[in-house]
Design a protein around this ligand. Sequence first.
Ligand SMILES: [Zn+2]
Length: 428
Amino acid sequence: MLCTTNLVAVLRTRTSPAQRCVRYTLYGVKVQEPVQADQLVEIVERYNLDIWSYASLEREGLILVAPELKQVFEDEISAIGVTYRIDTDNIKEKLDLEDMLMAEAHKRSNASRSDRFGLSFDVIHRWAVVDRYLVDVANRYPRVARVINGGRSVEGRDIRYLRLSSDNFATRTKPVIVIQCMLHAREWVTLPVALWAIQELVINVTDQDLIRDIDWIILPIANPDGYEFSHTRTRMWRKNRRAGQFPSSCIGVDLNRNFDFIWGTASSSSACSDTFHGPRPFSEPEAVVTRNILNEFRSRISLFLDVHSFGSLILFGFGNRQLPPNALVLNRVGVLMAQKIDAVKWPQNRDYRVGNSAQILYTASGTCGDYAQIAIGNGLSYTYELPAHRNLNNINGFLVDPAFIRQAGFETWEGIKEAARYVVRNRL
Ligand SMILES: [Zn+2]
């Protein structure tokens, strides 16, 4: 059972979501052979545990386990030779710490608010604030910004994105770059990446070539229902909020398994799983919004970035270990981006790694990045996994230290700029 993911159980027990996280343990797990990684995933699926990061030969994994499953989990992974350590004994303390740091950051933010237009980078803004901001940007900068309503989420929220262009997308030879964030609800640190790009392309405009030579599509919150739910009820929510289909009462489809590329081959058919792929490809309106963007501009999209967290990784296709025909260029530009980010990153964060998603992370099907790669042909499609910044208070994983929000936006933009100029220079 995931930490606080089952709304029915929450209502039945009348406990707050945070209370239900009490004494959940975050384990660090190490594998010595590839087969152990697969066996570990099988155990996680069997007990419906919450994988924060997958274990590989090079990197420790992180798995969140409910108190009643701790003993059986330790026994099962020991039996297959996987070693473990306890990373965080009671994850509730870390959730409370994030709450406290965010509340303090909000207070400071409100106290120092200036008249300057734009969203601040000291807090994580809610969906309604971001949604309003997109409209405000388009109203204030009509020559470069248009707001598009791409569709509605399962719960009826608008999924808006910005089209940024010096000539309203009229020059058909200009490359188009797409930045998408928050497809997974709990990955809050990705939002500042979209907001930073908007700030630099529309408000500050210090690099004029980027808006002169390129047309941009920026979708800050691709999964608004899940995102809001992660603020109001369940911090560790990942999926959208599709209601359970009888006989299952479990809620949500993993939008990053719902795209139509080798759909259903390396994902879960169980509605209770965090990687549930849905009843069919593109069953979810949130995934359809992205598909429509890709279809509309497929011949012009040179770079597609689906931004996730965490792991400090820049990944390309495909999720079944096969490489796209342009894998060499994908790897080269991925490394260029990683080097730019690493040059300005905080020293305590690890260097970025670049590579095929299945080789350095895990096999997966129906992902947005893979579907985009097929759609845009020779263009470059990447899935970013932003850093899990570990501060002095030892917040890590999906939880966000407010001090890192500005840096996440700034440093990732350094990488994006590098790839943007590459596609212009090389007419990709
Ligand atoms: Zn993700």
